[in-house]
Design a protein. Structure first.
Length: 281
């Protein structure tokens, strides 16, 4: 069987008929935008400028949290919005590959006589899921900005972000910051990478365990500001372009591409030796 037939099957049943993939980002982003709208309407009491741009909306979605300093007085504040975003895409892409392998996809695998094609089809499926997921989110953000009269620029109102992220006096944001487009690409690439890692881990662990491992990586990313904890690449409030004490992520996109490439190759090697009958039983 040709690979495009496997891919068409994955697109049909793993993307188009995956209701979680279509509904979760809509529900999530509508809730986020509603909370943001409420906060924007309450800024008069702080005397904050009302000028807003799409960059402010994007930073609210993907900002994460400021660097956490461990101390008795400093309580760890969980970045709920940021964490939930990536947990959702991990959950959406969690079960389909293994369920497909133990179901009708097993017959396609036997008919196709190529484990490499099956795995590569799932890798492309993972990429398409992320494109659909973030495509829905960005479509809603653009619609929100258009309806609300928010300007389409990537400028960021740092005074407003100080309130949004409850930043303390020790956090200094750069005034008149402009969000690099590459940082938004970085968020997408990080999502593809962690979903790809989760799928590869699923060849050794049960899917729920690989999901838990990736959730722990995200949690560690919130707790530690470090280039070696990859979740920081998608936590924009910690980046050097806006935060004077932030991290420089110039190598982030190549690093994400390398991680994705490595997981694809490792997955191919592992899947060639994968005991499908044993796992199905």
């Amino acid at each position: 069987m040709k690979m495009w037939k496997l891919l068409c099957y994955d697109i049909k049943y793993g993307c188009i008929k995956n209701l979680k993939l279509l509904l979760f980002p809509v529900i999530f982003e509508m809730a986020v935008l509603f909370m943001l709208w409420q906060k924007m309407n309450s800024y008069a009491q702080y005397g904050i400028s009302t000028q807003k741009h799409m960059g402010d909306v994007l930073l609210y979605n993907f900002g994460g949290m400021k660097k956490y300093e461990l101390s008795m007085e400093n309580v760890f504040q969980f970045p709920v919005t940021w964490m939930l975003l990536f947990v959702m895409i991990l959950f959406v892409t969690l079960s389909y590959p293994m369920n497909n392998l133990c179901g009708f996809g097993n017959k396609l695998l036997i008919k196709g006589k190529s484990r490499v094609k099956w795995w590569l089809s799932k890798c492309i499926w993972n990429l398409l899921c992320n494109i659909i997921f973030f495509g829905i989110i960005f479509t809603l953000i653009l619609s929100f900005c258009s309806i609300s009269g928010i300007q389409s620029g990537m400028q960021v109102n740092t005074d407003m972000q100080t309130v949004l992220f409850n930043l303390g006096a020790d956090t200094s944001l750069k005034p008149d910051a402009i969000m690099p487009v590459g940082d938004i690409v970085m968020v997408f690439m990080l999502s593809v990478a962690i979903c790809q890692i989760q799928m590869a881990l699923g060849l050794w662990l049960k899917p729920i365990y690989s999901f838990m491992v990736m959730c722990m990586v995200l949690l560690l990313s919130a707790y530690f500001q470090s280039l070696f904890v990859i979740g920081n690449y998608a936590m924009l409030i910690r980046h050097l372009w806006i935060n004077e004490d932030g991290i420089d992520c110039k190598v982030a996109i190549p690093a994400m591409c390398l991680i994705i490439f490595i997981t694809v190759i490792v997955g191919v090697i592992r899947f060639k030796k994968y005991n499908i009958i044993q796992e199905e039983n």
